[in-house]
Design a protein around this ligand. Structure first.
Ligand SMILES: [Zn+2]
Length: 251
């Protein structure tokens, strides 16, 4: 069986033949495109412009959605904890404490994770400056005991536990969550679940692998930061860090 369509003007032939399997006669298609390259070019440009407009539209509508911009506060080696913060705290399980703005979402996230039969456990939440300083000094001491020089130890500790004033645990918007079945396994089943679902509750994996030069922190699979549901969805969708997100939409 053979179908042949003959174009009225240029006699361009499209054929679909069952001989040798179904195939389009590419030479005919190439010829068709060549003869209509301007039309093809205009259509391509129009499609590209439409895609660009849609992306820009989304970007602008996104950037207007987060009302409480304090939730997007970037803290890290280059961005110290701001002096003036409006902090109100909520006490959670195991005497953990977080900024009240994220308490409800955090409880919902943990509860839904447990409903899946998993065992998430908060291992760190809000820290005072004194608490952060003690943690940092302990880490430096431990690294020096393991053979690092004082300077190497300070650099390493700043990338892992964070230097005083450079840890977002001081904001009360960050939590470390591990799997209670094995707290030493930093990527246990509960943590894996959080990697997939945290954004639904307004949390993001704050220090992803491969973004160390942007965040100033080593990969921390257990460290989650509350940024609010809209920002979390956008950050997760775009696969970027909070630093990149703020730079892109809020600078
Ligand atoms: Zn942490």
């Amino acid at each position: 069986m053979e179908y042949t369509v003959t174009h009225k003007k240029q006699d361009v032939v499209f054929g679909v033949s069952q001989r040798g399997g179904e195939s389009v006669h590419l030479s005919g298609l190439k010829q068709y495109i060549a003869q209509r390259r301007w039309q093809v070019l205009v259509i391509t440009l129009l499609l590209s412009a439409a895609v660009l407009l849609i992306l820009l539209g989304r970007a602008f509508s996104w950037s207007g959605r987060t009302k409480d911009v304090e939730l997007l506060t970037v803290v890290g080696p280059q961005n110290p904890v701001p002096d003036e913060l409006n902090l109100a705290f909520t006490l959670l399980e195991n005497s953990e404490m977080v900024d009240s703005r994220c308490a409800e979402a955090l409880n919902a996230m943990l509860s839904d994770c447990r409903a899946e039969g998993l065992t998430p456990q908060i291992t760190a939440s809000f820290r005072t400056r004194e608490g952060q300083t003690a943690l940092y000094n302990d880490e430096v001491r431990s690294l020096v005991q393991n053979g690092l020089t004082e300077e190497e130890a300070r650099i390493r500790a700043a990338e892992t536990v964070g230097a005083p004033g450079a840890s977002e645990h001081e904001l009360g918007l960050a939590v470390d969550i591990r799997d209670a079945t094995d707290l030493t396994d930093v990527e246990g089943a509960a943590v894996q679940w959080l990697h997939k679902n945290a954004w639904r509750y307004g949390f993001v994996l704050r220090y992803p692998e491969g973004k160390e030069s942007v965040t100033g922190y080593s990969y921390q699979p257990f460290h989650f930061r509350y940024v609010g549901p809209d920002a979390a969805e956008q950050i997760d969708t775009l696969g970027i860090t909070l630093e990149e997100y703020v730079e892109m939409f809020y600078s």
